[in-house]
Design a binder for this molecule. Structure first.
Ligand SMILES: NC(=O)c1ccc[n+]([C@@H]2O[C@H](COP(=O)([O-])OP(=O)(O)OC[C@H]3O[C@@H](n4cnc5c(N)ncnc54)[C@H](O)[C@@H]3O)[C@@H](O)[C@H]2O)c1
Ligand SMILES: O=C(O)CC[C@@H](O)C(=O)O
Length: 389
């Protein structure tokens, strides 16, 4: 029986992927085998020594201490693309809210509750509606920073709306490049994107390199009247610089899923309570993907969509499987294989892959492996974690 600690509300459709005869699921456990979470901020001390894996039902893993998990041999999974459509749809709403007086118009109509004469009301609205006039998106330029799962869907949608699309992504994967419409004009740097766009939308992860990326210097490139949308992460944008740019007329509007106190109450800001992925569909998709990946790792040692471990899947063969995490340095695999050979254990199949500072091995063997042998492997210098599956 594996114990799964859930630290947020996880869709039942995902939890159903972890059958009750194999899994106990609860929001409190002292020694869980794995953690399943969404935006809960996890500290290294919250991760019990028993934890073998962490799965984030969502895209961003900045709430998980990934480097610490890597050092401890714990793979961290996410669910790439599973909530991208939900974010895309909200960004399209953001674009229309940012181009027309929709919120202001709605707020105005709601002040007129005392008017009982329908004809008078209609007359007043016809007179006042000019205050809420906007501009069309068609023909305007959208700059997309980060052209991954969300950025590429937004590029398609914006082109369908008749917008011109420019994009910037210095780390674009080959798969993401294939998904991108050819009409997207790729920018060589952020300054070029900021100087061309009427609307700029951010869809990149928060990393050391992207924290505070949108700062005063970058915003000084904006076309006057530009509208900035942040549905990525709060930390990517320097809020003080955004407020200065709004007050200087460099930015016309800031629309964000990550409110901070100084932004509340401003007319030139639209704030949403981190609801980019808050749809039934996205919550189901993320939970199903995260749970499936966790299940395959706990039961088979296979790794799909990990942010810190190599991708590795091996069909089961032999009597037992060893899953070994070690530092990515020479000779460790040789030492493991020698221990098995000395014990007359035949290797039926195996796969070894590395990613940055760690290596991961799945070794299928022809006979059972004793606890003493596992302890010998675990004691090797450079071996971080050994599981007998
Ligand atoms: N508001 C929400 O609820 C919500 C929902 C989902 C995702 N997100 C955020 O959006 C981010 C993107 O999600 P995704 O699913 O598109 O992820 P993704 O991994 O598919 O795409 C991210 C893209 O950003 C690119 N990138 C990395 N560094 C960059 C840089 N310095 N400049 C420009 N691009 C850079 C990557 O190469 C990648 O193509 C997530 O990391 C998460 O923080 C927010
Ligand atoms: O779980 C959520 O609601 C938000 C998820 C989102 O921020 C993500 O990074 O995928």
């Amino acid at each position: 029986m594996f114990k799964i600690l859930t630290l947020n509300q996880i869709s039942i459709k995902g939890l159903e992927r972890l059958p009750r005869n194999q899994y106990e699921i609860a929001s409190e456990f002292t020694a869980p085998d794995a953690i399943l979470l969404r935006s809960h901020k996890l500290a290294p001390a919250d991760i019990a020594p028993s934890v073998k894996a962490i799965a984030r039902a969502g895209a961003g893993t900045n709430n998980v201490p990934v480097a610490d998990c890597t050092a401890r041999g714990i793979p961290v999974f996410n669910s790439p693309g599973a909530n991208a459509n939900a974010v895309k749809e909200l960004v399209i709403s953001g674009l229309t809210l940012g181009s027309r007086g929709i919120l202001q118009g709605i707020a105005y109509v709601n002040t007129l509750g005392d008017m009982k004469d329908g004809a008078e009301l209609a007359k007043l609205l016809e007179k006042e509606k000019k205050r809420f006039k906007g501009n069309e998106l068609a023909g305007r330029t959208l700059g997309i920073v980060g052209l991954g799962a969300i950025g590429s869907l937004i590029a398609h949608a914006a082109l369908d709306l008749g917008m011109n699309v420019v994009g910037y992504d210095p780390a674009l994967s080959v798969d993401a490049a294939w998904r991108l419409p050819s009409a997207v004009k790729r920018m060589e740097n952020l300054g070029s994107l900021f100087s061309r766009a009427d609307y700029i939308t951010l869809h990149l992860p928060v990393l050391d390199a992207t924290r505070g990326l949108v700062n005063a210097e970058l915003l000084s490139n904006c076309k006057p009247g530009c509208c900035l949308l942040n549905f990525a992460r709060e930390e990517i944008v320097n809020v003080d610089s955004v407020i200065e740019a709004l007050e200087a007329g460099k930015l016309r509007q800031f629309i964000t899923d990550f409110p901070t106190p100084e932004l509340i109450g401003r007319d030139d800001v639209i704030l949403m309570p981190h609801i980019g992925a808050s749809t039934d569909e996205a919550e189901d998709n993320c939970a199903i993907m995260a749970a499936n990946q966790l299940d395959d790792f706990l039961c088979n040692g296979n790794i799909t969509n990990s942010v810190n471990f190599p991708s590795l899947q091996l069909e089961r063969s032999g009597k037992a499987r060893l899953a070994v995490v070690n530092r990515n340095v020479p000779k460790i695999l040789g030492s493991i294989l020698s221990i098995l050979a000395d014990a007359d254990i035949n290797i039926v199949d195996m796969l070894n892959k590395s990613r940055d500072e760690i290596a991961y091995n799945l070794i299928d063997v022809g006979s059972e492996v004793s606890d003493a042998l596992l302890a010998d492997i675990e004691a090797l210098d450079g071996v971080i974690k050994v599981r007998h599956i």
